[in-house]
Design a protein around this ligand. Structure first.
Ligand code: MTE
Length: 324
C-alpha cells in the first residue's frame, strides 16, 4: 500500500549529519559572540526549556525523586545538546527539528486506552500524571544510527500503566500510536510515510522494570522535541522503538507492525534489541558516538541492560531474529 521510500537514516553513518560538525558550529558562533540567545543564529532559536515549562500545567510536579536503582557509567548529556539533536519525523527528517516541534499542541491531550482491556477509556494527560507514581531515572539511549546519549527521564513504570489499563489475560501485545495531524506537523504531509507513527511491545516487555513511560526530562515537563507530553523509553532497544507523543494505547493479541517496519522490515524489525555483533544491513553497530563528546565507544549487548532483559528473549530468540 505504501510507497517505499528510504528514511534518512538509511544513509550510512559516515554520511549522516555529523553532530560534531553541528556542535563545532555552535562553538564557533559562541566564540564570535553570537550565542543562542542573539545574533543570526539566535534569532531563529526559541528558548526551549522556557517554552516547554511556560505552557505546561504539569510544571509544578517536577523535579520528581530519583530512583537510585538506575545508574549510568558515563556522564549525562547536557540538556542543550540533547534538546537540539532529535529524531521526530513528524517535524522534519533531520536532527534540528527543535524549533519546528514547538508548534506541537500538548494541551488538551487525551490518551485513549482500548482493545483487550477490562474497560476502554480516555484519560487526560494531567489526570494520568496524578494517578501514576512519578520518579526520575538515568537512562542510556542508543539510536540505530549509531549515536548515543544519556538522559535523566522523569515518568512512571510502564507496568503501572498496564495495571491501570487492566488488560484481559489473552492480551499479548501493546500497540502505541502517536498523534496524526498534518496541519500541525508538516512532516505528516509527506504521504510516502505510513503515518501515524506506531510502535509495539509484548506485554512481557511492557511489564519489565526497565520499560518507562516518560513525561519529563532534566527535572521539568518533557520538552516538545522529546515527544511531549508522553513518550516511551526502552533503553535496551534501538531508539526508534521509543515512540513519542503517544495518543493511543491498544492491548491486542496481534503483533503490531511499526512505522519503520512497514517501510523496511529487513532493516527495522519488531524486536530491535541492541547488539554490537549484529550489523545493520548497511553499517556496523559495534560502536557508537557519544553525542556531546563525539567519542566513539563500544556498544554493549542490550545496550548494557542484559541482566534485566535478556531472559525475555530466551524462547523467542530460538526461532526469531531478535536483534532487528
Ligand atoms: N517517535 C515519533 N513519533 N516520531 C519519530 O520520528 N523517532 C524515534 C524515536 N521516537 C521518532 C519517535 C527515533 S529514530 C529515535 S532515535 C528517538 O525517538 C529519538 O529520541 P530523542 O529525539 O529524544 O533523542
Amino acid at each position: 500500500m505504501h510507497i517505499l521510500r528510504k528514511p534518512d537514516w538509511h544513509v550510512g553513518e559516515s554520511a549522516a549529519t555529523p553532530e560534531d560538525m553541528f556542535l563545532n558550529r555552535r562553538q564557533v558562533l559562541a566564540g564570535m559572540g553570537i550565542g543562542m540567545a542573539g545574533g543570526v543564529a539566535g534569532s531563529l532559536m526559541v528558548p526551549l526549556a522556557a517554552a516547554a515549562a511556560e505552557e505546561d500545567p504539569s510544571a509544578g510536579l517536577y523535579p520528581v525523586p530519583r530512583n537510585q536503582s538506575y545508574q549510568l557509567d558515563r556522564e549525562l548529556t547536557p540538556e542543550e545538546v540533547n534538546s537540539r539533536y532529535n529524531n521526530f519525523y513528524e517535524f522534519g527528517s533531520h536532527k534540528e527539528i527543535h524549533n519546528a516541534a514547538q508548534v506541537l499542541k500538548i494541551r488538551p491531550w487525551e490518551i485513549r486506552i482500548d482493545g483487550m482491556v477490562e474497560e476502554e477509556k480516555t484519560i487526560a494527560i494531567d489526570d494520568l500524571l496524578k494517578a501514576m507514581p512519578l520518579e526520575e531515572r538515568l537512562y542510556r539511549h542508543r539510536c540505530v544510527e549509531a549515536w548515543s546519549m544519556t538522559i535523566p527521564w522523569s515518568g512512571f513504570a510502564m507496568k503501572a500503566l498496564v495495571d491501570f489499563a487492566k488488560p484481559a489475560s489473552s492480551a499479548r501485545y501493546i500497540r502505541l500510536e502517536t498523534f496524526h495531524d498534518k496541519e500541525m506537523a508538516s512532516g505528516q504531509a509527506q504521504f510516502w510515510y505510513p503515518w501515524p507513527y506506531v510502535e509495539g511491545v509484548t506485554l512481557a516487555e511492557a511489564t519489565n522494570d526497565l520499560a518507562f513511560m516518560v513525561t519529563g526530562a532534566y527535572g521539568k515537563p518533557l520538552a516538545k522535541q522529546f515527544g511531549a507530553p508522553l513518550r516511551l523509553a526502552l533503553p535496551w532497544k534501538y531508539g526508534f522503538k521509543s515512540i513519542k507523543s503517544i495518543r493511543k494505547i491498544t492491548f491486542t493479541d496481534e503483533r503490531p507492525v511499526s512505522f519503520w517496519e512497514q517501510l523496511a522490515p529487513a532493516e527495522y524489525g519488531f524486536w530491535a534489541n541492541v547488539n554490537p555483533e549484529v550489523p545493520h544491513p548497511r553499517w556496523s553497530q559495534a560502536t557508537e558516538r557519544v553525542l556531546h563528546t563525539g567519542e566513539r565507544v563500544p556498544t554493549l549487548l542490550y545496550n548494557g541492560y542484559g541482566e534485566h532483559v535478556a531472559a525475555l528473549y530466551d524462547e523467542v530468540g530460538k526461532t526469531e531474529k531478535i536483534f532487528y
